[in-house]
Design a protein around this ligand. Sequence first.
Ligand SMILES: Nc1ncnc2c1ncn2[C@@H]1O[C@H](COP(=O)(O)OP(=O)(O)OP(=O)(O)O)[C@@H](O)[C@H]1O
Ligand SMILES: O=C([O-])CC(=O)C(=O)O
Ligand SMILES: [Mn+2]
Length: 582
Amino acid sequence: MVLPHHTPYVTPQILHKNYAQAHDTEQFGTLIGRDLEYFSQAGFDMDKIQVKRNASVAQLYEDAIRNEGAIISSSGALINFSGKKTGRSPKDKRIVFEETSKDDIWWGSVNIKMDEHTFEINRERAIDYLNTRDYVYVFDGYAGWDPRYRIKVRVICARAYHALFMNNMLIRPTPEQLLDFGEPDFIIYNAGQFPANRFTKGMSSTTSVEINFKRMEMVILGTEYAGEMKKGVFSVMHYLQPVKFGQLSLHSSANVGIENNDVTLFFGLSGTGKTTLSADPRRLLIGDDEHVWSDSGVFNIEGGCYAKCINLSAEKEPDIFNAIKFGSILENVVYNPMDRAPDYDDVSITENTRCAYPIEHIPNAQIPCMVDRQPSNIIMLTCDAFGVLPPVSKLTPEQASYHFLAGYTSQVFLAQLPNINSDSFVLRKTPGTEDGVLEPIPTFSTCYSAPFIVLHPGRYAEMLAERMDKHKVDCWLINTGWTGGKFGTGKRCPLKYTRTIVDAVHSGELAKAEFEKFGTFGLSIPTHIEGVPRELLNPQLAWADKEAFQKELRKLAVMFQRAFALYEKDVKPEVRMAGPQF
Ligand SMILES: Nc1ncnc2c1ncn2[C@@H]1O[C@H](COP(=O)(O)OP(=O)(O)OP(=O)(O)O)[C@@H](O)[C@H]1O
Ligand SMILES: O=C([O-])CC(=O)C(=O)O
Ligand SMILES: [Mn+2]
């Protein structure tokens, strides 16, 4: 038994110790009794380390504050820091090349091969590191709300912060479920504080994030960014759902109408608005990032949300703002040392400031997070900093397949000007660009999920097209990016207009609207939406400089064509023709 470093002075030490022991035995005894063998076999030194399994949120707060420099924010959230890495490390993510999964995996730049032996070395290294600790945290939870398609996940980690993060992001078992948990289906060993050895064959840096589908294990070394664990679980589901269960996993948010029970899926890459737009007072939130579209409906993979905090305000995003309370984790957010108030405008640590909170923190959440209803609408979100794509267009089934495979958005390196609200994001000079040259960077991320894709994109696209056709789902492309010009000359589409557009999808107004053609891209755009300025709807009208618009339009169309060349031979001619044409 190891005592906490700072025993509170009001508690007599001996009393505290007795209490802690009794408490720990009660809470963690089941694990030590039943799974001792598992832990010993895995290489854990059970004489030395103490396992804290599914510790309470309050305990994790205490440990994180005592040992990791975390603090409590003025609204009760835990503010913690992930160290050097404040985002995922896609170049250091690998998948083990082994006989059970090798024929299914789409090998290439996303799924880098790792051999089984190297995995064993890194796994051992992670366990050796965990053995140097006094405590190891274990969190046992589920991924997937539908009991038919869910998996049991065990997270083993050294930081209370990581345990609390996964407590929020996985589905929390009830005490009875925890007693009966049994063998996990998938295990994450997170030794993120400890580096990979660069001399280990195949390592290219001190960071390594790897998944082994034969062992059903993940090992993390050299990055403490908690999002790696959440996206690791998604990668596993992105493999298991299509391959083992025949269901379609998607990088998407989802919600359901309170009045009509209509389900909407929002696809989109990071920063396009999945979390923001799925939090909607008229609808129940199913989830903000990872879902499965099953034969019987839609279910969330996760038990919580992971929201961006940059420029967060109570006025514009009240649900998210108010979710940041006791139990939530604020990551890499700067705070005022006097009153512990988070400063969401301060991006000095990173622009990727985040909050992880359990889904119960959203007042109108659909819990359990699943519906036995097929989607009515699919919204593909993009953030086009070239200002070319219309704020909304209706897609044909072929266009839906095309845009799903292309997976377009643009990256903007957001930096904030002092005292200017979030509509006024400006581009910061990207590293390596010449002085004065500010260009958005296009990203084509297939299936809106390239960093986590496991199978050939065509497999997901085919399942999507089948399901959309079978259930007669309407599909919309919504650009939450620039309007009236590219970044610099135009501005980001005001959130209130995007919300009005989404409302019009849900009310059915948009399906009945009159449409006009948007040349080159062949999109159908509505000529009128109540509450949205007419000229905003059509980029041709929105841009003052028509010549500049034509130039950007051509540029973007060419970029699409180049990016789509990768998939051309795998798709029907109608899908190929559904992209921009000159
Ligand atoms: N018109 C708009 N529509 C949606 N979001 C907007 C708009 N204008 C500005 N924003 C801002 O853009 C960001 C969208 O991020 P959001 O967290 O919703 O993305 P996401 O798709 O969930 O990303 P991730 O997959 O990384 O979680 C938010 O900070 C939001 O405030
Ligand atoms: O995984 C993360 O770090 C954040 C996220 O949701 C994404 O990038 O899509
Ligand atoms: Mn995401």
